[in-house]
Design a protein around this ligand. Structure first.
Ligand code: RAT
Ligand code: ZN
Length: 424
């Protein structure tokens, strides 16, 4: 692979070019294929009312959350735009992201929103998705699909076309985290389940999920978990994991994604923007990887303080795939620190980032920022290798980037039998 080495002073340019040329797989988003209907968010008003920006609004404007949430979408966007983009320079990561999206489409980044609104209203979703993915340098996005989401589930049940640009993920938050509010939905669908998990509940939840795996053909299953998550423990959540979820994952070869470290609704008034972060006890991850050696786990942790430990666990368990700089960590300073640490400890055997985009066009700025932050880190990695005596070729760089942003994911979701993504 080191056939034609490149001089050390040209490595940075080669890394930048290869990062630009590569098409990434965005392995966790809240985007939706158009055939799922209006649940997919896009356009300027959605971009500006992203919950990351709502949280910032309340630091700069004295409006109460109650008053803010009573406004229409347009009024909310106008208020956030005026407060965070006109009265102040948009220097935070999330505000700067909106600026980058507007620039990518040649739209004004100051003044009012009229031109941007006219532009987005003129777009048709299919061509817009194609253009956005091209600008973001991604080939496909992985969705988040909760079978108990009342807006989404009926659309799947009626039957949807598979879409090569969007891969489904069976998201289990409502079952694993809010069973007390959702067991009756399963009961109403004819499953013999009980609020306390008694009787046939575990096997019936398993039957429910097997039906959804067959219907949705997810590339993995996923759940977000609180910082207080422990395993093993005598809780319904852990019983569901052990008795319903992980056996299906093992039998069907589907990995499970655990996103750990959320402190849910520390400020409930802020709604989606009201969650916080806490350090998790990673002994839970250790025991899960140990107890389920035939399962594969994607793991993302919200707390900065957990990241080094996660790298150590990844060195112990090949069935653990660290991924992403999640949510409050998706800032250049954190991404830099975490990515350097991961490369030093794991080589190219992890997945550096996902966008977590909730609004389609966000993939443009989030992936652009990832490329910008990673260019010097990867350049430095290969330069150091070259200085230490191992010639580095363009193929080495391309291969590494392909692993990080494509094939580590593709290989991890591939059942042992060898067939690829369910959509192919
Ligand atoms: O980043 C976010 O938008 C969060 O609100 C969450 O959706 C998180 O990414 C999750 O998937 O739970
Ligand atoms: Zn998410």
């Amino acid at each position: 692979m080191s056939a034609s080495p490149i001089p050390a002073d040209q490595i940075r340019t080669a890394v930048a070019e290869e990062l630009q040329a590569a098409k990434f797989i965005d392995i966790h988003t809240h985007l939706y294929k158009p055939s799922l209907g209006p649940i997919g968010l896009w356009g300027i008003d959605e971009l500006i009312t992203y919950h990351y920006l709502e949280a910032e609004l309340f630091r700069f404007n004295s409006i109460t959350p109650g008053k803010y949430f009573s406004l229409t979408k347009t009024e909310k966007a106008d208020l956030i735009w005026k407060t965070l983009f006109i009265e102040n320079a948009p220097i935070s990561e999330s505000t700067r992201g909106v600026v980058a999206v507007l620039s990518a489409f040649g739209l004004p980044t100051t003044g009012d929103l009229a031109e941007a609104r006219t532009f987005f209203a003129s777009r048709t979703i299919t061509e817009h998705i194609r253009d956005v993915f091209r600008l973001a340098g991604i080939s496909e996005a992985v969705m988040t699909n909760d079978p108990l989401d009342p807006d989404e589930a009926p659309v799947w049940e009626r039957g949807t076309e598979s879409d090569p640009l969007f891969h489904p993920v069976l998201r289990l938050d409502r079952i694993l985290n809010k069973w007390d509010q959702h067991w009756q939905v399963l009961q109403a669908k004819g499953f013999d389940v009980h609020p306390d998990g008694s009787g046939r509940t575990m096997s019936e939840v398993r039957r429910f999920l097997e039906g959804w795996v067959a219907l949705m053909k997810p590339v993995y299953m996923a759940v977000s978990l609180p910082d207080t998550f422990t395993y093993p423990e005598m809780s319904l959540r852990v019983r569901f994991l052990r008795e319903s979820v992980l056996p299906i994952c093992r039998e069907t070869g589907i990995p499970m994604s655990l996103m750990i470290g959320v402190r849910y609704l520390v400020n409930p008034e802020l709604r989606l923007a009201g969650d916080g972060v806490g350090k998790a006890d990673l002994r839970a991850v250790e025991r899960i990887c140990l107890d389920f050696p035939d399962n594969r786990f994607f793991i993302s942790l919200l707390s900065r303080e957990n990241q080094h430990e996660l790298c150590v666990y990844a060195r112990k368990f090949a069935n653990l795939m660290p991924f992403g700089c999640w949510w409050f960590l998706n800032n250049p300073s954190m991404v830099e620190e975490m990515t350097r640490e991961r490369i030093e400890m794991l080589g190219a055997s992890f997945i550096p980032q996902h966008s977590d985009a909730r609004v389609l066009e966000q993939v443009i700025y989030k992936w652009r920022n990832t490329r910008r932050t990673l260019t010097p880190i990867l350049a430095n990695t290969y330069q150091t290798l070259s200085e230490d005596g191992r010639p580095v070729s363009r193929e080495d760089i391309r291969h590494g980037i392909n692993r990080l942003f494509r094939s580590n994911f593709e290989n991890f979701i591939q059942p042992a039998g060898g067939h690829t993504c369910p959509h192919e």
